[in-house]
Design a protein around this ligand. Structure first.
Ligand SMILES: Cc1ncc(COP(=O)(O)O)c(C=O)c1O
Length: 373
């Protein structure tokens, strides 16, 4: 076993993040690129990925939570930050202390911003959010949002920095709903722009950025694609995206199994013939979901080997076959490349009937992130 081998590690290529951002920036044309680095950069590491995104042409960073903005501010004193999520009064205080822009869609929250502005010595930059069909955060009624826009415009303690919305089906290319959302958003954006000519109009996530030029407006908010993951759950290379994250482990032990011998809890797999089984010290405690029991492959020696038996908290077992040259200490790749082999997060997502977002966000804190360029 090589010195310094760790049981599980996520290797993140920040150069890939920068290149993905360059590509997205090109697709976005004149629009600014805001890199979405919430949830620890979709599990990739927020600050190193944010730095790479800025190198790749992003000019702003977006997060969901005030604490995430506070953390980023320590690393990036001058970069514009935007907190997209709902905030309690305390969280609003944290966001404003981090000098972040915030989302607003209710009069009560505008009043709160106005009140807290007194402590910061300048107006609070707010982005008016229209719920154009996502059915989540935002004001559904365009007239009510415009009333709020007027009250913001009349409030010296609040500055309209943006008007925005979020798409529900941008990742479904044949779905007509994005066009409906755009049709609802456009007149509201135009009206807000009349009240606040310098404000930033934004709507597109990664899928809309890649799919729909007329959704770009002044700024695109890209998350998943900056990490080289495909918003359409296909092969990211179809869009020229490079996956940034690899999930590595190693073969801690190799043992001979007689026919009928079982591996793991519940004995869900029994060796059909004589074979060799490799034990890898990575499991659901690291984010390798239990749904991958008897339902995934791992690269060892540049070849795919099936996961056999139940994924446990700290270990998985793989079938190395009846004749194997694999020795304890051999490197193993659960996501990423090894030799000619490649396993995408999208493949694991399909096996788990989920999306790539959940696969990388689910890699637990126990797994150290290593950054390479
Ligand atoms: C409001 C908002 N905008 C933008 C994004 C980025 O989306 P994506 O990761 O699909 O690019 C997200 C992510 O979920 C979001 O919640």
């Amino acid at each position: 076993m090589s010195e310094g081998t760790v049981r599980a590690r996520a290797v993140v290529d920040t150069g890939a993040v920068a290149r993905n951002c360059r590509l997205l920036k090109e697709r976005a044309g004149e629009a600014e690129l805001c890199a979405v680095v919430k949830a620890n950069g979709y599990g990739h590491g927020a600050a190193p990925c944010a730095a790479a995104a800025l190198r790749g042409g992003a000019t702003r960073l977006a997060v969901a939570a005030a604490e995430e903005a506070a953390e980023l501010r320590l690393h990036f004193p001058d970069v514009p930050l935007f907190v997209m999520g709902a905030l309690t009064e305390e969280e609003l205080g944290t966001a404003l202390a981090a000098d972040a822009d915030v989302a607003v869609w209710r009069e009560g929250f505008r009043e709160l911003c106005s009140r807290l502005a007194a402590d910061r010595g300048g107006p609070v930059p707010v982005h008016l959010k229209l719920d154009s069909g996502m059915g989540r955060l935002g004001e559904r009624d365009p007239d009510a949002l415009l009333d709020l826009a007027r009250s913001c415009a009349a409030d010296p303690h609040v500055e309209i920095a943006g008007v925005w919305t979020h798409f529900a089906t941008a990742d479904e290319p044949d779905d007509p709903f994005l066009a409906e959302q755009l049709a609802a958003f456009r007149p509201v954006a135009d009206a807000v722009r009349e009240l606040a000519p310098g404000c930033t109009v934004h709507a597109a996530n990664s899928a809309a950025t890649l799919r729909e030029t007329c959704a770009h407006f002044d700024m695109v908010r890209c998350g998943i694609a900056i990490y080289g993951l495909d918003p359409f759950q296909r092969d990211p290379s179809e869009h020229g995206l490079e996956p940034a994250l690899e999930l590595h482990s190693y073969v801690a032990d190799v043992k001979r199994f007689e026919p009928g011998a079982s591996a793991g809890y519940g004995r869900t797999w029994r060796a059909p013939n004589e074979t060799w089984v490799g034990v890898l010290p990575i499991g659901y405690g690291d984010g390798v979901r239990r749904g991958l029991s008897n339902n995934a492959e791992v690269l060892v020696g540049g070849r795919r080997h099936p996961v056999v038996g139940t994924v446990s908290m700290d270990n998985i077992t793989i079938d190395l076959g009846s004749e194997t040259g694999v020795e304890p200490g051999a490197p193993a790749v659960l996501i990423g490349r090894q030799g000619a082999g490649r396993i995408l997060a999208e493949e694991l997502a399909a096996r788990l009937e989920t999306i790539n977002y959940e696969v990388t966000c689910g890699i637990s804190q126990r797994v150290p992130r290593e950054f390479e360029e």
